[in-house]
Design a protein around this ligand. Structure first.
Ligand code: ZN
Length: 112
C-alpha cells in the first residue's frame, strides 16, 4: 500500500488515515472553534483556514443567482408557496455550494 503523506490532505494530519469527517462539518458554522476527532487514532484536528473561507465563499456564490431568480419570479403568484420554495432553494444552494467548495479545498490541520 502506498503511504500517503500525513500532512496537507483530506486524511488525518496525525496518522494519515481517513478521519470519518462528516460532510456537514464543511458547512460554515458560527462556532469557529471547530474541533474534530480522528476515527482512526483519536487525534484532534481542525479544518484549515483556507477550507473554511472557501466553504463560505462556495456557499455565497450560488446564493446570488438563486436570490436573483427568487426575486425575479416570485412577486405576485401564490405568495407563501413561492416564498417557501424560494427559501428552500436558497438554503440548498448555500449548503451544496458550501460543501462542494469545502470538499474540493479540504485540508485538515492538527489541533494543538
Ligand atoms: Zn488519525
Amino acid at each position: 500500500m502506498a503511504q500517503q503523506p500525513p500532512a496537507g490532505g483530506r486524511n488525518c494530519p496525525h496518522c494519515g488515515e481517513p478521519t470519518g469527517l462528516s460532510l456537514l462539518a464543511l458547512l460554515p458554522a458560527p462556532n469557529t472553534d471547530d474541533d474534530f476527532k480522528c476515527r482512526a487514532c483519536g487525534g484532534h484536528f481542525k479544518l484549515a483556514e483556507r477550507t473554511r473561507l472557501w466553504s463560505l465563499g462556495g456557499g455565497l456564490l450560488p446564493l446570488l443567482p438563486a436570490i436573483y431568480l427568487f426575486a425575479h419570479f416570485s412577486p405576485g403568484r401564490s405568495g407563501a408557496i413561492t416564498a417557501a420554495a424560494g427559501l428552500v432553494v436558497v438554503l440548498l444552494s448555500f449548503g451544496l455550494g458550501s460543501i462542494a467548495a469545502g470538499w474540493l479545498t479540504l485540508r485538515l490541520e492538527p489541533k494543538r
